[in-house]
Design a protein around this ligand. Structure first.
Ligand code: AMP
Ligand code: ZN
Length: 114
């Protein structure tokens, strides 16, 4: 996708602080962190939102969660706990139309989220 910010980050056209990468996913530090650990995990394939997950492309979702477990361990937040968040659509506050999962941790997280 030519005009997609996160596709440009995957391609290296826009810089990012990479924390993990494999064949399926790319993960990097959020530019505006809301917690001591705030990583975005994205599929390398352009999928616009959770609404666009299908039987054909859903393998990458398991890869996202495999990556999350690795990243959480490396960040040292796996034992205390963390949150994985996906915002889908306008009311949820999705600002980038490339599916992404926020991995947030390193502090107390309130529930329910705002
Ligand atoms: P969302 O509101 O769920 O769509 O989340 C988008 C996230 O992308 C926000 O937390 C932003 O801070 C983050 N973000 C936007 N631009 C960049 C960038 N160039 N590098 C890293 N994170 C970014
Ligand atoms: Zn994209």
């Amino acid at each position: 996708m030519e005009d997609c910010l996160f596709c440009k980050i995957i391609n290296g056209d826009i810089p990012s602080e990479r924390v993990y990468e494999d064949e399926f996913v790319y993960a990097f530090k959020d530019i505006d962190p809301v917690a001591p650990v705030h990583v975005l995990i994205i599929p390398k394939e352009h999928i616009a939102s959770a609404n666009d997950i299908t039987a054909e492309n859903s393998l990458v979702i398991s890869k996202v969660f495999e990556a999350a477990a690795i990243i959480a361990k490396e960040a040292g937040i796996d034992a205390n706990g963390y949150r994985i968040v996906n915002n889908c659509g306008e009311l949820a506050g999705q600002t980038v139309k490339h599916l992404h999962f926020h991995l947030i941790g390193g502090r107390d997280l309130s529930w329910p989220p705002g």
